[in-house]
Design a protein around this ligand. Structure first.
Ligand SMILES: [Zn+2]
Length: 323
């Protein structure tokens, strides 16, 4: 389905409640904000800073155009390591992955032999909706911003014109990567929606926080590599101060109010590992950090975890003998 960007914009005004439905032309203007120190960013980065931080990473620039006409930017940093694709902002209301992708790529770019692509903001049109909606409701999760200006999820787009999706196709082609690190998030403080009666199909499992969650998708013959990588990455993440405690606190709350999580825990991290031949790349690790909508120290902790994940997965993958 590509119904266009459907944006419920709720504003508070005195007087009678009213509903207005308007259509707007596609636009490419971006919200502006002051530059933040990347490692200590307390809120989402302005799109201009995402571009500037990406510009600091040495490598071949490649781009795509979004549906609205915004530039989707990426870098290919070639080296002798096994190549890895890093992406963020497929769902740009999941904001810690955008910062985490940039931070990790900047660290990797300083290492001899590093070999990766990075596209930190795959859906710039959705990102601007998120900025617009946050102005009036800064603490809501803003699901509308998940989608592109076509109203779809870019990952599931298979037909030309590919628009934003073309950045992934190019990243695969340039790097030949067999591992994709795809950074995402989910609601961090959502406790009313499960009781609201309007949870869309397939979204129920993402309505409550349950820690830093990993989704692993692998081609059938990559099962062993997927298991080994998951074990190794979660063991490395478990060493980060405070992260396991946050997981345990959220999982305990989940179980108190919603029952058994039903998820497998690997080294204290909830994981969903499944065979999936839909992707070109045989192994995809998806992070789900509870980050909609957090700020300040919580935001820093979130993009620090995303950064650590990318570095852990990159290192563990290089050490994997079977691939
Ligand atoms: Zn997502």
């Amino acid at each position: 389905m590509q119904p266009g960007q459907i944006v419920p914009e709720i504003s508070f005004v005195p007087g009678t409640t009213s509903l207005r439905i308007t259509s707007r032309a596609l636009a490419t203007a971006d919200h502006q904000a002051i530059k933040q120190p990347l490692e200590r960013a307390e809120a989402p980065l302005a799109a201009a800073q995402v571009s500037a931080e990406l510009g600091r990473i040495e490598g071949v620039a490649f781009t795509a155009l979004s549906r609205a006409g915004r530039l989707v930017e990426a870098r290919y940093h070639a080296g002798r390591d096994k190549p890895v694709m890093i992406s963020g902002g497929q769902h740009p209301n999941e904001t810690t992955g955008i910062v985490g992708a940039l931070r990790a790529a900047q660290v990797l770019a300083q290492r001899p032999g590093a070999h990766f692509t990075v596209s930190p903001l795959e859906n710039p049109d959705g990102y601007q909706i998120h900025w617009r909606l946050r102005a009036s409701n800064p603490a809501h999760m803003h699901h509308a911003a998940r989608y592109t200006a076509l109203g779809d999820d870019l990952e599931y787009r298979t037909e030309e014109p590919l628009y934003e999706k073309s950045i992934r196709v190019q990243a695969e082609r340039l790097s030949g990567a067999k591992l994709h690190l795809n950074l995402h998030g989910y609601p961090a403080h959502e406790w009313t929606r499960p009781l609201s009666g309007y949870v869309p199909r397939n979204f129920a499992m993402w309505t409550l926080p349950k820690g830093f969650f990993l989704v692993v998708r692998h081609h059938a013959d990559w099962r062993q590599a997927a298991e080994q990588l998951t074990a190794s990455v979660t063991a490395r993440l478990a060493a980060i101060p405070g992260l396991l405690e946050t997981n345990q606190r959220q999982i305990a709350l989940f179980e108190t109010h919603a029952g058994d999580t039903g998820f497998r825990l690997v080294n204290g991290f909830p994981c969903l590992i499944s065979a999936d031949d839909r992707h070109e790349v045989p192994l995809t690790l998806i992070t789900e950090y509870p980050d909609e909508t957090i700020y300040g120290e919580a935001f820093i902790t979130g993009h620090t975890a995303q950064t650590a994940f990318v570095l852990a997965a990159y290192e563990a993958y290089q050490a994997l003998a079977s691939v």
